[in-house]
Design a protein around this ligand. Structure first.
Ligand code: EPZ
Length: 430
């Protein structure tokens, strides 16, 4: 089984290009099937989840033409099946965006129910609340969620939880409903705005995306267009934090600094220097990191997808820090892995208390989920000695060319598939 082998201790220095936002691209791809015309999506990240969703969309009969690794042309004209339960659908949670897209265009959809995952139960009750408010009936049976409506009619929807997925899914369905829809307590992440911008380019009428009230005037049909995915806020943040963790100096290019403001603020709080440019951010780390407090919140608060990376910074800060996870109920599983490296962290419920240590030491680690896996790699790049990270398929779901980008910054990391390859790496870097 492939794993990463890492030799720590080299500060990461240089420039890194950020790719398109995975969590935006997944929703944008679902939106493309809502028209019979062709829609081109550019700046796609070449990562597993994106490629699986494109295969799933082709699997329900859409016409898909890959322009290159980062660009695809899709048309919903040839869709005949509204039942999405092919082998690809089951592999990713974001296939639930096909519910909103198919319901909006065809007034019916059946999608394999996404399960929970390592970070929490991941309910979809708010998605269902939104669909029912628009006039759909929702039935869950045999592991499928089935939605259908004679007519979709605009409604005033109050979400009980701020949900990225539910906000996007209801926006997709409401775009082609009759009349006006208002979504209150909407999520405000940059990718919500990205999806609204694509839908509006396709002829929808959506206002207020990015605020907590989104107003949608349903239209008859949507038409083709070309659209480019925004830069990935979490990939950018991961490389910004990599500079802090390894005491390096990294220019993170092709970003939207506004989307990263909370991350820059936290890096300044722990003692890093930030230089902000139009489409880039430079992070210059200092040797000594100060402790701080972090609480994950919906955007523009501190993103839960950066929580593990923040904990790694604080594990080597001076003094005691706290990290409070308010979004998912099980997002500290990676702490046991950091403990193997000498970190001193106690977790009580959704609060981690971190007593900073002078250094981490290399160990054999397991990635439990996408972001925790990335955080463990960064910890290994800072630790003394060698670290291995297993289950790297989690990381490959959301980071394109992760080890290549880290190597270009001077990181000593390689993907290996055997003991022999591991030994060769150790000889080469020693
Ligand atoms: C998206 O998940 C992202 N995934 C997650 O990123 C991210 O952590 C999360 O948003 C929060 O930003 C994708 O976009 C594919 P939510 P999503 O609905 O939409 C509760 C990564 O690493 N909730 O905003 O599933 C839920 O339990 C992944 O890239 C309900 O109660 O997240 C959670 O506590 C991990 N009922 C909170 O809302 C619902 O119907 C936020 O979940 C839906 C959600």
């Amino acid at each position: 089984m492939e794993k990463y082998i890492i030799k720590g201790g080299t500060p990461l220095m240089g420039e890194v290009e950020i790719g398109g936002a995975k969590n935006s691209a997944l929703a944008l791809l679902a939106a493309t099937i809502m028209t019979d015309d062709s829609v081109v999506i550019d700046n796609l990240p070449d990562v597993r989840d994106i490629n699986v969703l494109i295969d799933a969309i082709e699997g329900i009969g859409a016409t898909v033409k890959r322009n290159d690794r980062h660009s695809v042309c899709i048309s919903g004209r040839t869709i005949r099946s509204f039942c999405a339960d092919n082998e690809y659908i089951k592999k990713i949670r974001a296939s639930y965006y096909l519910l909103g897209a198919l319901l909006g265009k065809f007034k019916k959809a059946e999608v394999t129910l996404p399960g929970g995952c390592n970070i929490g139960s991941r309910p979809i009750d708010q998605h269902i609340k939104g669909f029912e408010a628009l006039g759909a009936t929702v039935v869950i049976e045999h592991g499928m969620i089935k939605v259908k409506a004679d007519r979709l009619v605009g409604s005033h929807i109050f979400f009980d939880a701020v949900s990225v997925g539910a906000t996007i899914n209801v926006m997709l369905a409401a775009a082609l409903a009759e009349g006006n829809t208002v979504i209150e307590n909407a999520a405000k992440e940059p990718h919500i705005v990205d999806v609204a911008n694509l839908l509006n380019k396709m002829g929808a009428n959506i206002r207020g995306a990015g605020t907590d009230i989104i107003r949608i005037k349903g239209v008859e049909r949507l038409h083709g267009t070309e659209y480019s995915v925004i830069p990935d806020q979490i990939e950018a943040g991961t490389f910004m934090f990599a500079a802090a963790i390894t005491n390096g100096d990294i220019l993170v290019k092709n970003v939207i600094p506004k989307h990263l403001e909370i991350l820059s603020a936290k890096l300044i709080e722990v003692g890093c220097k930030i230089e902000e440019y139009d489409e880039a951010i430079r992070v210059i780390a200092t040797d000594v990191k100060k402790s701080t407090k972090v609480k994950t919140l919906p955007y523009p608060g501190f993103p839960t997808d950066m929580q593990p990376q923040m904990t790694v910074i604080l594990s080597m800060a001076q003094g005691t820090s706290t990290v409070i996870e308010t979004i998912f109920e099980n997002r500290f599983m990676y702490v046991d892995e950091l403990t193997k490296m000498g970190a001193k962290i106690t977790v009580e419920g959704n609060v981690a208390v971190i007593e900073g240590v002078d250094k981490l030491t290399g160990a054999s680690l397991n990635a439990h989920d996408l972001r925790a896996g990335a955080a463990l790699v960064l910890a290994g790049l800072a630790a003394e000695g060698f670290t291995t990270v297993e289950d790297i398929h989690f990381i490959q779901r959301g980071y394109e060319a992760f080890e290549e980008k880290l190597s270009k910054l001077g990181g000593k990391i390689e993907k290996v598939d055997s003991e022999k390859e591991e030994q060769k790496f150790k000889l080469r870097v020693s």
